[in-house]
Design a protein around this ligand. Structure first.
Ligand SMILES: C[S@@+](CC[C@H](N)C(=O)[O-])C[C@H]1O[C@@H](n2cnc3c(N)ncnc32)[C@H](O)[C@@H]1O
Length: 252
């Protein structure tokens, strides 16, 4: 499990990209005042914060399987009910919510179709299930340069491009398999400024997610080699990194 890290480490590694993604994703899902919503795989709460801003904390629930992320989300968003659970087994009765959203989570689910089906189960009839996943498959994710550098050094390294929902159209296919209807797909762009190479690189050493797991598995020499390969491939700092996520929205 590569998500057993503190909220601050997550923020510096991925929150820097998922926080600007959240308002666009909530907009894509058409989250609207008066709704009661569930944030699935909330992490330390990047999307949760946006949902609280739109709906108020009493209308937002969140789940994540990672204990430290549950603790961080609870601390950051008092008033939100945050529980430790996975998408595949949600601790809610049928039709509890108007919408269930999963930002950057489907590709980590053990069983993505079951997870999406569970999200549909806890949403009322005519409610919304929405999800988004970085474009790892098309090489336009925020970690794509890192994985390209790693595979130049060792082509046998497995990146995240084969994960569920990370190639164009795949989220939509999964949604339909999960029994959701009127599925719409979209693409959500983010642009993040990096003031220095070290500000970009250091969070990769915090052990977060598959990329952090790879860095943690390397010896000091391997790590230095990968760092240098990344430096060669990135523009001179400061630089702006553009990335995009595939998104899908379906009706229950
Ligand atoms: C990249 S983070 C996204 C966190 C947050 N949604 C965000 O946008 O910053 C992926 C999250 O999915 C969670 N996760 C992993 N497997 C999961 C599953 N089966 N069900 C729900 N969440 C899961 C991880 O614990 C982690 O918090």
């Amino acid at each position: 499990m590569t998500f057993l890290v503190g909220g601050d480490a997550y923020d510096r590694f991925m929150g820097r990209y998922s926080t600007p993604l959240a308002p666009q994703f909530a907009d894509f899902a058409r989250v609207d005042a008066g709704q009661v919503v569930l944030d699935v795989g909330c992490g330390p709460g990047a999307l949760t914060g946006e949902l609280v801003r739109l709906l108020g904390s009493a209308s937002v629930s969140a789940v994540d399987p990672s204990e430290p992320f549950v603790a961080a989300a609870r601390e950051r968003h008092p008033g939100v009910s945050v529980q430790r659970a996975a998408a595949e087994q949600l601790p809610f009765a049928d039709q509890t919510f108007d919408a269930a959203l999963a930002q950057l989570v489907v590709h980590f689910m053990t069983d993505p179709v079951l997870g999406l089906r569970e999200m549909g189960r806890v949403v009322r009839h005519e409610g919304v299930v929405a999800a988004c996943v970085w474009d790892h498959g098309g090489g336009e994710g925020p970690l794509s340069l890192f994985w390209a550098a790693a595979r130049i050094i060792d082509p046998a390294i497995e990146d995240e491009s084969q994960l569920a929902g990370s190639r164009e159209g795949h989220l939509g296919e999964l949604f339909k398999e999960a029994g959701l209807r009127d599925v719409e797909e979209g693409v959500l762009p983010v642009l993040v400024e990096h003031p220095s190479f070290d500000e970009w690189w250091e969070p990769f050493t915090f052990g977060v997610g598959p990329a952090g797991g790879l860095v943690a598995s390397l010896d000091p020499e391997g790590r230095a080699k990968l760092r240098e390969q990344c430096r060669k491939m990135l523009p001179a700092p400061p630089f702006a990194l553009e990335a995009q996520a595939w998104a899908a929205r379906g009706i229950v």
